[in-house]
Design a binder for this molecule. Structure first.
Ligand code: ADP
Ligand code: MG
Length: 389
């Protein structure tokens, strides 16, 4: 799960990391008011969205008056933000942050995420922080410092100080920067984060270290023990189909192809996508309806697949175990009656109650001529790929 920058700033503040005061606003008028309240000679107006790359997209704007703040806010609130992180459809903007502008001496990058090869969380730091950090990582990886954290002890003070020296800090800044790293590591662990990032951490011209952007992602599987974080979710930032799928307990990921896949089990869903590709087509989605899917869940799964206009055929691949084949067959027929299968739907069922399931599907065939059954997975993949070719 993601949260907005203004919420991530609250976590940093609660962990003793210096973050300049700012105002959260939702209208151009409130942005103008915030400029006056903050009383700084210049401010930044920042779109609050679940994506980075705002600076380059024109959604972090330096303003020098209340009028400029109002105009910047008006632009952001009436345009979707599009960056390399959003895809061409962009994301809507309904909340803004107005923060005092700071005179930046130098921008640093600090982040903590899981390093899967080392099996532990790792601090990532660079003295070349800011909006070009992806380029730095690509072109000069030697400028990116990685410091693995002990799984039980977290980030030790000696590690944080070593990184602070490598970043080029000296004098009192070594201790200050090290403290920020240690506190960021604590915040990462305490919130069950999968990413905790400050980019940029800045050294200001008047000699202060401050976090002026903040990003946290959390492990969804740990959200049950963080009701306060779960409550921060902003569904307007997610794709509508993703929200619907989550509410129906479906693991759904939209892809670019034209064959919708409805499968039970993540491994089987991966194998189904592989076999679709093997026979020359592309999957439109990954969809694991789970082992204990209900009839309503399966119907909702069909609705979600069919609401993607790219989908030209559907491959249903179910190994009936906990969810028995006859339940799936009934759900299929119910979905067909409700949404109407105007495109080919090829069904491969195996497992518990498969005989009853075949009877249910055979009986429905006269009403649903686009519904076809397959003898096995290869047959199913060939049939659905041929149908969309
Ligand atoms: P994003 O990472 O989405 O592009 P940031 O908040 O990091 O957004 O802002 C992008 C850049 O804008 C920063 O790297 C910094 O140079 C500048 N910036 C952001 N906030 C401020 C601020 N309060 N004062 C001065 N410059 C800022
Ligand atoms: Mg940033």
């Amino acid at each position: 799960m993601k949260i907005h920058e203004y919420q991530a700033r609250q976590i940093l503040t609660a962990h003793g990391i210096p973050v300049p005061a700012a105002e959260v606003v939702r209208t151009p008028e409130a942005a103008a008011e915030a400029f006056k309240t903050l009383g700084a000679p210049m401010c930044v107006v920042k779109a609050q969205v679940y994506a980075g790359g705002r600076g380059k997209a024109g959604f972090v704007k330096l303003v020098h008056s209340a009028d400029e703040a109002r105009a910047a806010a008006k632009f952001m609130l009436t345009h979707r933000m599009m960056s390399y992180q959003t895809g061409p459809e962009g994301v809507p903007v309904s909340v803004l942050l107005v923060a005092p502008g700071v005179e930046i001496e130098k921008e640093y990058y600090l982040g903590i995420t899981l390093d899967r090869t080392r099996h532990t969380a790792t601090l990532i730091a660079s003295a070349e922080g800011g909006v070009e950090i992806e380029e730095v990582a690509k072109k000069s990886p030697e400028k990116v410092i990685k410091e693995p954290m002990h799984p039980l002890l977290g980030l030790s003070p000696f590690q944080a100080r070593a990184v602070a020296f490598k970043l080029g800090f000296s004098g009192k800044f070594v201790g200050e920067a090290a403290k920020i790293m240690i506190n960021l590591a604590k915040a990462f662990i305490e919130t069950d984060a999968s990413l905790a990032e400050i980019n940029p951490l800045v050294l200001t011209k008047d000699g202060k270290i401050q976090a002026i952007d903040a990003k946290f992602n959390f492990d969804d599987n740990a959200l049950y023990r963080h009701a306060d974080l779960a409550a921060m979710a902003d569904e307007s930032q997610e794709r509508p189909l993703d929200v619907r799928a989550r509410k129906a307990n479906l693991n759904y990921i939209a892809l670019d192809g034209n064959i919708g896949c409805l499968v039970n089990g993540a491994g089987l869903a991966m194998a189904t996508m592989d076999i679709v590709k093997l026979y020359g087509a592309e999957p439109a989605n990954f969809l694991d309806v789970g082992g204990s899917v209900t009839a309503e869940g399966a119907v909702e799964a069909f609705r979600i697949i069919l609401s993607d206009p790219k989908v030209k055929g559907i491959l249903v691949n179910i190994f009936g175990g906990i969810a028995k084949c006859d339940l799936i067959a009934e759900a299929l027929v119910a979905a067909g009656k409700e949404v109407g299968f105007k495109i080919p739907v090829v069904v491969r069922l195996e497992g518990t109650n498969v005989e009853q399931a075949r009877k249910i599907l055979a009986a429905a065939h006269s009403q649903m001529p686009t519904l076809a059954t397959a003898t096995d997975l290869t047959d199913a993949a060939k049939k659905v790929c041929a149908a969309v070719a």
